[in-house]
Design a binder for this molecule. Structure first.
Ligand SMILES: C[S@@+](CC[C@H](N)C(=O)[O-])C[C@H]1O[C@@H](n2cnc3c(N)ncnc32)[C@H](O)[C@@H]1O
Length: 443
């Protein structure tokens, strides 16, 4: 994954280079010079103004494309969320019907223009564009998009306002890099839209009778994707599968921990807040019980996906840009007594934030849990497990410890104990398994 990303970064520079050849050529061949003005290999290179500008431009393009993609995922999520309300006939609680209508209308008009354009191309009238009807740039970019991808991806993407704005307004370099990134993340976009219930077919169905190459195929739905919870889908090498543990399906739960009194001697839920033991609420600072709670599913629940990573198994990939300090979700599973031995992979100690080293329970997520159980370990993690007191409960939250970019793997530090008899393959400089002796890491 990391290599793939690096490769595409190089491509960004290539594209930028093609757009402004003069500036880039100058930079590429300019050697550092000594005091006499002669080329000197040993003089450390200093950025010239041109170099600085070129670097800034590449960074800006990458930044902008990531912004656009993050906005595309968010737009699609928002439409799916609205549609869910509509389908449940909760129209009175429907937050923004106008927004929903406009997005579908704009997408529909754009697809109508694209279909008309393709019909003209089909009958060989490539030169007879009706420029009052479709702009040259739109015709070119949409035509190029259909040939590179297909009608289904176009129908999904045009529902996003961010994509339409990029199509109309972004320059050639940004558009080219965006196409590249969409190609790299094509399966992710398809799975995202279909597993969350986006109505991408509606706009195309009215054209189903037209004999346009690829249109009929695009209208075939993927029922297997639409019927599963999106965290029951793992993307692996352009395809997808179901998360399993010891041959059993793993099930996503949207609510908090599952408590079964029969597992505990005193039959009491160990996560119930005890004011003198657990300290003030972390949201409102109330010393006593309050009504605060973290509303679930959190936004991060929708804006991450499960991906298979080489050597590490399933992991979590960000589909948004998260900020340092963001609480992404709660680590949940079945509550078990501390001496429970049957989950060596996902079990996490549940402690009060005030009483270090005195665990109250184990959270076992091998069968039931949410996306947070798939966070892989890194010795340089992007999140941490945070013990919190919220309302009437104590919980373990996942908090970002630095900014996380879109498409980055989200990781956490499992702690030293986890790697005693296992080998960490995070590959970070200073990884604790690289530093450990052979005996320490021997399985
Ligand atoms: C809590 S699970 C994480 C999700 C897991 N990858 C899966 O497929 O379900 C922890 C397990 O993931 C794998 N894993 C996570 N991080 C790893 C790392 N840095 N190096 C090697 N294996 C890792 C190990 O098998 C570990 O026991």
């Amino acid at each position: 994954m990391a290599e793939k990303r690096r490769a595409s970064d190089d491509h960004v520079e290539d594209l930028a280079e093609r757009a402004e050849p003069v500036t880039f050529k100058k930079i590429r061949f300019q050697l550092p010079r000594n005091e006499e003005g002669l080329p000197e290999k040993d003089v450390p290179a200093k950025d010239t103004d041109d170099q600085l500008m070129a670097r800034l431009r590449v960074m800006r393009v990458k930044e902008l494309v990531h912004e656009i993609l993050a906005a595309m995922y968010y737009d699609i999520h928002r439409l799916c969320w609205h549609r869910k309300y509509l389908m449940q006939n909760r129209i009175r609680r429907f937050p923004d019907l106008h927004f929903y209508k406009i997005q579908h209308q704009e997408a529909s008009w754009l697809l109508d223009r694209a279909i008309r354009q393709e019909m003209l191309v089909k009958v060989g009238q490539t030169s007879s564009h009706d420029w009052a009807y479709i702009s040259k740039q739109e015709a070119h970019r949409v035509g190029q998009f259909i040939r590179q991808f297909n009608w289904k991806i176009l129908a999904i993407c045009v529902l996003s306002e961010a994509f339409r704005l990029a199509l109309y307004a972004e320059d050639q370099v940004v558009w080219a890099v965006l196409m590249l990134k969409i190609r790299e993340n094509r399966t992710s976009i398809e799975v995202f839209a279909q597993s969350r219930g986006l109505d991408w077919q509606g706009q195309l169905l009215k054209h189903a009778d037209k004999q346009i190459p690829g249109l009929q195929q695009a209208l075939v739905p993927r029922l297997d994707l639409a019927q599963e919870h999106f965290h029951h889908i793992v993307i692996a090498n352009g395809s997808f599968g179901r998360p399993l543990y010891e041959e059993h399906n793993q099930t996503n739960i949207n609510h908090g921990n599952i408590f079964n009194p029969s597992y505990f001697k005193d039959k009491r839920d160990p996560t119930i807040r005890v004011p003198d033991r657990d300290g003030p609420c972390d949201l409102c600072y109330a010393e006593r019980e309050c009504n605060c709670r973290i509303s679930r599913p959190t936004l991060a629940t929708f804006l991450v996906e499960l991906v298979n990573y080489p050597h590490k198994g399933i992991g979590v990939r960000a589909l948004a840009r998260f900020k340092k300090g963001d609480i992404l979700d709660e680590y949940v599973g079945e509550l078990r007594p501390v001496d429970y031995k049957d989950d060596r992979v996902y079990a996490l100690l549940h402690e009060s934030k005030m009483v270090e080293g005195d665990p109250l329970a184990l959270i076992s997520a091998k069968r039931y849990g949410n996306w947070t159980r798939y966070l892989n370990h890194s010795c340089k993690p992007s999140t941490t497990f945070l013990k919190m007191t919220v309302g009437k409960k104590i919980m373990v939250a996942v908090q970002a410890v630095r900014d996380i970019d879109i498409f980055e793997e989200i990781t956490v530090d499992y702690g030293k104990g986890y790697w005693k008899n296992r080998k960490c393959l995070c590959g970070e400089p200073g990884c604790r398994s690289q530093d450990a002796t052979e005996e320490e890491t021997e399985a």
